[in-house]
Write a protein that binds this ligand. Structure first.
Ligand SMILES: [Zn+2]
Length: 413
């Protein structure tokens, strides 16, 4: 299978050497290398060659002429909860009408609502429901996605959720990494929270590790959910089975989650709506990727993460959707770019780096994804005829994507 894309107006995020295999941080985030009037040659699912049209190879294979169109690497969405049983627009309406989070929880809403519905849904149906979202996010230009458990909250249902997530990686074009988030909330039937934490550590975790159902371990480190001490205990237990940390931190409060993430060498700390100077300083020099989820801040009308402050402190940031039924019911990476530019004052170049190279780091995928690099996956977005790359976040919700190619295969649109 070979594919030659020619007459590309601009080929974006072209990187060779170490810059293709490292995150970008600080002022470097504003640099998005590209080649005008370019070609890409994809062979056996990988980027075999690319460059200026003056060097286009003489090969006989399928040719796509994309005059006036841009080509960029597919998006990497490093934080989602896209396996779920049912949407929650009833709570959305309750919130519009002024009901508080506590009132909604009392009515049986929130994470525990999603858990109840998931427990009542068969594994086959869960997969079927998730497939619709999978097809939708491929259309948005996503080729790699991280999927969390955390709506099971029983041994069997957490395993069920992770099996569905793994199956998505096996049976659809998406590259999937899975995360065990048993510590998402404490189910109501536990009077003693330690009893549930023990279940997570001593029963769920060994079974998940044995069945190789997760690469990462996550904890919702937040006031009213899990404390920093509990988070550390759970992440360390995960690490003893080879699962790296990826932590929900500092969404609603300065929770201590960022420092626990750094201390445990977690791969990423995600959310970060509530950040002080101490939290920013603690990330300096660490190997933990700060991951921002502007869809949740938009939907919950909370403050946005201080992206500018983090970038100006020399940190990298990555972007993801947090796709979930309660607080971010959208898997659109292009919309995340718009939110990042408008509400966090990131430049389009910073946003593209955050949604490709840096988010690939946050899923351990820098060897294969995140840039146009020889030997990386032949997964690219072809835009419509647009004036510039900046147009994509600028013209929010105007679909700038013409087609998506994953591992050298053109997706149905
Ligand atoms: Zn989340």
């Amino acid at each position: 299978m070979e594919l030659l894309i020619i007459n590309i107006k601009e080929l974006v995020q072209t990187r060779e050497g170490t810059s293709a295999y490292n995150w970008v941080a600080g002022s470097d985030m504003d640099l998005l290398p590209s080649i005008q009037s370019a070609f890409v040659y994809i062979k056996s699912g990988l980027i075999h060659d690319y460059g200026s049209m003056s060097n286009v190879p003489d090969v006989s294979c399928e040719v796509i002429d994309v005059t006036n169109k841009f080509v960029l690497p597919t998006f990497v969405d490093s934080h989602t909860h896209l396996v779920f049983a049912a949407s929650r627009e009833d709570e959305f309406v309750d919130k519009i009408k002024g009901m508080s989070y506590a009132d909604i929880a009392k009515k049986g809403g929130g994470i525990l609502n999603s858990a109840k519905k998931l427990q009542q849904t068969s594994e086959e149906d869960l997969y079927k429901f998730a497939l619709k979202r999978v097809n939708e996010i491929i259309g948005f230009g996503t080729a790699c996605v991280e999927i969390k458990s955390g709506y099971g909250l029983t041994v069997e249902d957490e395993l069920k959720m992770l099996r569905v997530a793994k199956r998505i990686g096996q049976e659809t074009p998406l590259t999937v990494k899975t995360t065990f988030l048993g510590a998402h909330a404490i189910p109501k039937e536990y009077d003693d929270r330690n009893e549930y934490i023990d279940l997570v550590i001593n029963e769920m975790l060994p079974k998940i590790a044995e069945a190789q159902l997760a690469e990462y371990i996550d904890v919702f480190c937040e006031k009213g959910f899990f404390t920093p001490e509990e988070t550390e205990r759970i992440v360390l237990a995960g690490e003893s089975y080879g699962l790296k940390g990826k932590i929900h931190a500092n969404q609603l409060n300065i929770s201590g989650g960022v420092q626990v993430g750094v201390k445990t060498n977690s791969l990423s700390v995600d959310h970060l709506e509530s950040m002080g100077q101490k939290e920013i300083d603690s990330l300096k020099g660490s190997s933990t990727m700060p991951t921002l989820l502007p869809g949740a801040a938009f939907f919950l009308r909370t403050s946005y993460p201080p992206a500018r402050q983090m970038i100006e402190a020399g940190l990298p940031v990555s972007l993801a959707t947090d796709f979930n039924p309660g607080s971010a019911p959208s898997g659109s990476m292009p919309f995340m770019l718009s939110l990042a530019c408008v509400n966090m004052r990131m430049t389009p170049q910073e946003a593209f780096n955050a949604a490709t190279l840096n988010s690939a780091y946050a899923m351990d995928l820098l060897e294969t994804h995140g840039s146009i690099t020889k030997g990386k996956a032949g997964s690219v977005i072809i835009t419509k005829e647009i004036p510039s790359v900046d147009f994509i976040p600028y013209a929010f919700n105007s679909n700038a994507i013409d087609s998506v190619i994953i591992d050298g295969v053109l997706m149905d649109s």
